[in-house]
Write a new protein. Structure first.
Lengths: 476, 214
C-alpha cells in the first residue's frame, strides 16, 4: 500500500465518522472567530437554545473592521466612527463575554489579524485542524495543520459540535527546488506558483508546499505561502513539520509545556508525507529562476517578474484570454507592453495577514532605512499584524525608520487589505500592496492593486514606481 | 430547529411569479449582525410606501394597503401561496430567516429556485410544490372564502383543504426525516454526540495538549 500524504494523515487523525455518501464528520481542534462572520452563528446558537460544545476550542479577536489610527482606537469600541463596524466589534465582545470565549479585545496588546494572532500565541499547533470564517485560514497550514476557511452556518456548526461536515479533497504537491536569489522572498515564491498553476489550479485539492526552497523558509515565510493557497484555488495549503516548526512553537503562551511538550514534539514529527506517498498532481518550480513578482491585473494569476512588460491582448491568440487581458488593462489603467517599472504609484500598503509579521516589517525597514518616500506618493502605510508585532517592531526601532522615511505607522488590523475600515484607495489610484487580493474594488471602489513582497513595496515607496529591489538594494 | 409534523394555518395568496430574494428581503437589511428580527422587513418594498432602512420602527411606516399581507383578512397567515420560481436570485439565507421570523411556515408554489428551496429546509420551513392546476384552484378558493385555511400533514405528504379533499406532494425522504424530527445540520451532527465524545476521549489520551484551557 502506498504511503500517506501529510493531508491524508491530518484527515485520518481527525475523522470522527464517515458517511456512505462520501461526506464525513471531522473534528476541529481550533476555531478562530472574528467580528464579521461570527454574529449570526452566535445568534443561531441562542435561537436554538444550544450551548457551545467545547469553549476552549475557540479563540476570538476583532480585526477586519477595527480602525488603525490611534486617535480612533484610544477611546475604545465607542470611538469607532463607522456605525456598522462599531456594532460588529461590540457584538463580538458581547458574544464572547456571554459564552465565555477567550477574546483579545480591540485594545488588548495581543489583538491583531486572526491569522497572525493564532500562530503567534501558539494557539495554532502542528497536527491540528483549524477553521475560521475567513478564506485565508489556509495560513495556519504552515504548521503542518489542516486549516481552511468556512461559512457562517459552518461557524455555528463548529461552535455547537466542534465538528465540521466535510468531503476529502485530492492531494497536490507543489515542489520548489533549489535556492532563492537574495531579494526574492516567500511572497515572490507564492505569486510565481499562482502565475504557474492559475487561480483555479488548486480547486478541489489540498496543496502541500515542499522542496528545498520551502524547507529553507522561516515559519513566517511559510505562512505567507500557505496564506495564498486560496488564491491558487485550494482551500487548504500546508507545509510538513520539521525543526523550524517546532522551534517556532516552543515557549509560546498556548504551546504545550513540561512533559507534554516532549510528547507533543514526538507526535508532530509524524506530520510529514511518507516517502512513497502518492499525490494526484505534482507541480515543480525552479526556485533559482524566480524573480521579484508584481501583479499587473485584477486576479492574482495576472503576475509577472518586475523586469517584464504587461501583456498585449493583440498578441494573445485565444479570444477569451485576449478579452480578459484587455479588460484587466483597462480597469488597471495600463497600456499594452508597458514596462512594469513604469507603473506610477499613488499609495503603498505594507500589512495584511500575508505580510504583516515582524520579518516582513524588518524586510521593508531595511529597504527604506535612511531614505525618503517619493513626493509623488499620497500615502504609504505600515500596519503591523498584531499588537505584539507592533511592540516588537517598536522595540527594534523599526517604527522610527518608517516614520523618518515618511511612512505612517498604524495600529494592528486588516486595514487597507479589504477597505472595511477608513483605510482605502480612491478611484483610479495605484497601490503597491503586500496583501493577497487584487480583485476590482478590493481596496476601495475603482482602486488598482498591485501585489508585491514587503521589500518590493518598500522600494516602490521610495521611487514612486516599481523597481527591482535586487538592484535597488545594490545601490545603497 | 423547530419540528414540522402537522400545521394548520391561514393562507395568503401572493399572485406573482419570480418573487426574488431581493423582494423577500431587500439588500440594505443584510448588514445586520442578526438572523432574527427580519420579519418586519419581509417584502419591504411591496409592503410599505416609503423606503426601508435598517433598525427603523416599522410600525410607524405608511403601509401599502393593496399588498396582500397588509389586508385584514390575511392577518396571522402562516402559509404563503405563490407562483412559479419563488425565491430566485441570491443565495442569502436571510430570505427564509425573514419568512420564518414573520411567521410563515409553509410556502406553496408550482416551482422554487433551488438554493432558496434548500435554505428553507435548513431553517424548518416547508416549501411544497404542487402542479399549476392545483395552485390555480387554490388561488380561486382562497379568494372566495375569507379565513381560508389549509392543513399540512407532512407524515402523509398531504395538503388538506377545508372540505377534506387532500392534495399529495412529494418530498425527499431525508429532508422529511429532518423536518419531522426538527433536525438541521447541527441537529443531525448532534445525533452523533456519543461518537464525537468517544473521539474526544481517545484524542485526549493521544494528544492531551489539544484540550488545554485557553
Ligand atoms: S488581512 Fe485581509 S485577507 Fe487577511 S484576514 Fe484581514 S481582510 Fe482577510
Amino acid at each position: 500500500m502506498a504511503g500517506k500524504t501529510l493531508y491524508d494523515k491530518l484527515w485520518d487523525a481527525h475523522l470522527v465518522s464517515q458517511q456512505t455518501d462520501g461526506s464525513a464528520l471531522i473534528y476541529i481542534d481550533l476555531q478562530l472567530l472574528h467580528e464579521v462572520t461570527s454574529p449570526q452563528a452566535f445568534e443561531g446558537l441562542r435561537l436554538a437554545g444550544r450551548s457551545p460544545w467545547r469553549i476552549s476550542g475557540n479563540l476570538a479577536t476583532p480585526d477586519h473592521n477595527v480602525p488603525t489610527t490611534s486617535k480612533e482606537r484610544t477611546i475604545g469600541v465607542e470611538g469607532i466612527e463607522d456605525p456598522v463596524s462599531r456594532i460588529q466589534v461590540q457584538t463580538l465582545d458581547d458574544n464572547c463575554d456571554e459564552f465565555g470565549v477567550v477574546e483579545f479585545k480591540m485594545n488588548d496588546p495581543r489583538q491583531g489579524i486572526v491569522h497572525v494572532v493564532g500562530p503567534e500565541q501558539g494557539a495554532t499547533l502542528p497536527g491540528m485542524t483549524v477553521v475560521c470564517g475567513d478564506s485565508h485560514t489556509s495560513t495556519h497550514g504552515a504548521f503542518g495543520a489542516l486549516a481552511h476557511g468556512i461559512g457562517t452556518s459552518e461557524v455555528e456548526h463548529v461552535l455547537a459540535t466542534q465538528c465540521l461536515i466535510a468531503k476529502k479533497m485530492k492531494n497536490m504537491l507543489v515542489r520548489v527546488d533549489g535556492a532563492l536569489e537574495a531579494g526574492v522572498t516567500a511572497k515572490d515564491v507564492v505569486l510565481a506558483i499562482i502565475g504557474e498553476i492559475g487561480t483555479a489550479g488548486g480547486t478541489g485539492y489540498a496543496i502541500e508546499f515542499g522542496g528545498e526552497v520551502i524547507q529553507n523558509l522561516s515559519m513566517e515565510g511559510r505562512m505567507t505561502v500557505c496564506n495564498m493557497a486560496i488564491e491558487a484555488g485550494a482551500r487548504a495549503g500546508m507545509v510538513a513539520v520539521d525543526d523550524t516548526t517546532v522551534e517556532y512553537v516552543k515557549g509560546r503562551p498556548f504551546a504545550p509545556k513540561a512533559e507534554q511538550w516532549q510528547q507533543a514534539v514526538a507526535s508532530w514529527k509524524e506530520f510529514v508525507s511518507d516517502d512513497d506517498a502518492v499525490f494526484d498532481h505534482l507541480v515543480v518550480l525552479d526556485g533559482g529562476s524566480i524573480k521579484p513578482q508584481v501583479t499587473w491585473g485584477t486576479s492574482p494569476e495576472m503576475v509577472l517578474p518586475v523586469d517584464a512588460h504587461v501583456p498585449d491582448p493583440a498578441a494573445e491568440p485565444d479570444q477569451g484570454k485576449s478579452q480578459g487581458i484587455e479588460r484587466a488593462l483597462s480597469y488597471m489603467g495600463l497600456t499594452a507592453n508597458q514596462a512594469i517599472t513604469d507603473i506610477q504609484l499613488d499609495r503603498v500598503f505594507i500589512g495584511s495577514c500575508t505580510n504583516s509579521r515582524i520579518e516582513d516589517l524588518r524586510e521593508a525597514a531595511a529597504v527604506v532605512k535612511g531614505r525618503k518616500v517619493a513626493s509623488t506618493l499620497k500615502q504609504a502605510l505600515v500596519v503591523p499584524g498584531s499588537g505584539l508585532v507592533k511592540a516588537q517592531a517598536e522595540q527594534e526601532g523599526l517604527d522610527l525608520i518608517f516614520r523618518e522615511a515618511g511612512l505612517e505607522w498604524r495600529e494592528p488590523g486588516c486595514s487597507m487589505c479589504l477597505a472595511m475600515n477608513a483605510d482605502k484607495l480612491g478611484q483610479g489610484e495605484h497601490c503597491a500592496s503586500t496583501s493577497n487580493r487584487n480583485f476590482e474594488g478590493r481596496q476601495g471602489f475603482g482602486g488598482r492593486t498591485h501585489l508585491v513582497s514587503p521589500a518590493m513595496a518598500a522600494a516602490a515607496a521610495i521611487e514612486g514606481h516599481f523597481v527591482d529591489v535586487r538592484e535597488f538594494m545594490g545601490q545603497s | 430547529m423547530q419540528k414540522f409534523i402537522q400545521h394548520k394555518g391561514v393562507v395568503a395568496p401572493l399572485d406573482r411569479a419570480n418573487i426574488d430574494t431581493d423582494m423577500i428581503i431587500p439588500k440594505q437589511f443584510l448588514k445586520s449582525i442578526k438572523r432574527s428580527g427580519f420579519g418586519p422587513n419581509l417584502f419591504d418594498e411591496l409592503r410599505y410606501l416609503d423606503e426601508g432602512v435598517p433598525d427603523q420602527d416599522c410600525s410607524q411606516r405608511p403601509l401599502n394597503t393593496e399588498f396582500v399581507l397588509n389586508q385584514p383578512r390575511y392577518q396571522g397567515c402562516s402559509i404563503l401561496l405563490a407562483r412559479e420560481n419563488f425565491g430566485c436570485g441570491s443565495s442569502r439565507e436571510h430570505a427564509p430567516w425573514a419568512l420564518d421570523d414573520f411567521g410563515i411556515r409553509v410556502v406553496i408554489a408550482p416551482s422554487f429556485a433551488e438554493i432558496f428551496f434548500n435554505n428553507c429546509f435548513k431553517n424548518g420551513l416547508l416549501p411544497i410544490v404542487l402542479n399549476e392546476d392545483e395552485v390555480d384552484s387554490l388561488f380561486e378558493e382562497v379568494a372566495a372564502a375569507e379565513g381560508y385555511e389549509l392543513r399540512i400533514d407532512l407524515e402523509n405528504q398531504q395538503v388538506i383543504k377545508p372540505d377534506g379533499k387532500a392534495l399529495g406532494f412529494a418530498i425527499d425522504d431525508f429532508r422529511k426525516h429532518c423536518l419531522l424530527n426538527g433536525l438541521d445540520d447541527i441537529g443531525l451532527t448532534l445525533q452523533q454526540a456519543d461518537v464525537i465524545r468517544a473521539y474526544e476521549v481517545k484524542r485526549r489520551k493521544e494528544a492531551p495538549w489539544l484540550f488545554c484551557d485557553k
